[in-house]
Design a protein around this ligand. Structure first.
Ligand code: AMP
Ligand code: MG
Length: 332
């Protein structure tokens, strides 16, 4: 931790575990250090970074003000997988906010992340530690695969518990807006601050007229090399039948993204189960790992089941739709 903190203080890059996914950290107040994040990831410069802190009082140095609703969310969900957007203080460089006057801030619950941020004694800018566009890393080996040779250090903290990026909320408007769904669900947030809205691009393909408020959400994301096609329907048996038909008709190397309830019913060489359909936390934790596994196995097309968009299911479907480039077969 001391060694990693030194690297950060001197303007270097350290990948570290958090409860959501692995982050690629740099001194968040140093525009030159943060530029290296963009270079290592191949990230477009208009895609802003999240600043990570390890004590609540560090927030007041990097934002202009904290609203009542934001305070309530902080008390309820920090430390944890919730990112909140604030008006930025002057010390936060525009280079890390994509030129916006706002900054996104999170206080992670992972003890290694907390120890590192405390030791560096800095707000740490840290997007996911993957190559831009690839599924986010949930293991140190994913980070090595994408970024080895491009960064100064990786701290291996085992598998990320949540496995999906943080929920992002903007509470600056009259009605708070969910910009990216995650493990802190819409329902959980509404139980603390009342009704919120969901950015329409969470579940609909962004376009020239439908531009996401979180700039990163406009990019193709979370995509394996394989083509991903989702098959959705109310009747799970019909979904299974349809996927089996598609697999039978395919001339490419195919894989199926299934669940514990369905995995044994398929006749296909490569079937990966996301977990128990009743356990969305488990499905969320396995999603990116499995998308990367299909690439590793040389799969060309993945047919995937879907989950209901309730609770963490909203975040899972958001990531699945992006991985699929919104290709979905809906059964009547
Ligand atoms: P990553 O850490 O790779 O998941 O990327 C951070 C995400 O936070 C990006 O996709 C951005 O869209 C979002 N984000 C960061 N700063 C802001 C901001 N000021 N306003 C809205 N979204 C933001
Ligand atoms: Mg990312």
């Amino acid at each position: 931790i001391q060694q990693a903190a030194e690297i950060l203080k001197q303007g270097g890059l350290v990948a570290f575990p958090t409860e959501t996914v692995y982050g690629l950290g740099a001194n968040g107040l140093d525009a030159v250090a943060c530029k290296k994040i963009y270079e290592a990831k191949g990230r477009p410069s208009d895609n802003p970074l999240i600043l990570h802190i390890a004590e609540k009082k560090a927030l007041y140095d990097i934002v202009k003000s904290v609203s009542k609703k934001a305070e309530k969310l902080i008390d309820a969900f920090w430390p944890g997988p919730l990112t909140i957007v604030f008006e930025k203080a002057d010390c936060v460089p525009l280079e890390i906010t994509g030129g916006f006057s706002t900054v996104a801030v999170r206080f992670p619950s992972h003890t290694v992340a907390q120890a590192l941020i405390q030791a560096a004694h800095l707000p740490i800018a840290a997007p996911s530690a993957n190559s831009s566009g690839k599924p986010s890393p949930t293991k140190a080996s994913h980070v090595i695969f994408d970024l080895d040779g491009k960064i100064d250090m990786i701290i291996d903290g085992g598998d990320a518990e949540v496995g999906l990026e943080s929920t992002i909320i903007d509470v600056s408007g009259e009605i708070p807006m969910l910009l990216r769904p995650g493990a802190v669900t819409k329902e959980m947030i509404e139980s603390v601050i009342g009704k919120i809205e969901i950015d329409p691009t969470v579940l609909t393909k962004p376009s020239q007229t439908l531009i996401p408020k979180a700039p990163g959400m406009k990019y193709t994301h979370y995509s394996p090399k394989a083509d991903v096609i989702l098959v959705q329907g109310n009747d799970l048996q019909k979904v299974q039948q349809k996927i089996q038909e598609l697999v039978n008709d395919s001339t490419q190397k195919v894989g199926i993204l299934a669940t514990d309830q369905t995995k044994d019913s398929y006749n296909c060489e490569i079937v990966l189960s996301l977990g128990d359909r009743q356990n969305l936390e488990q499905i969320g934790a396995n999603l990116f790992k499995h998308l990367r596994k299909f690439d590793f196995l040389g799969v060309e097309v993945v047919y995937s089941e879907t989950v209901p968009q309730k609770g963490e299911g909203l975040a899972i479907m958001n990531r699945l739709q992006k991985a699929a480039g919104y290709k979905m077969i809906t059964l009547s």
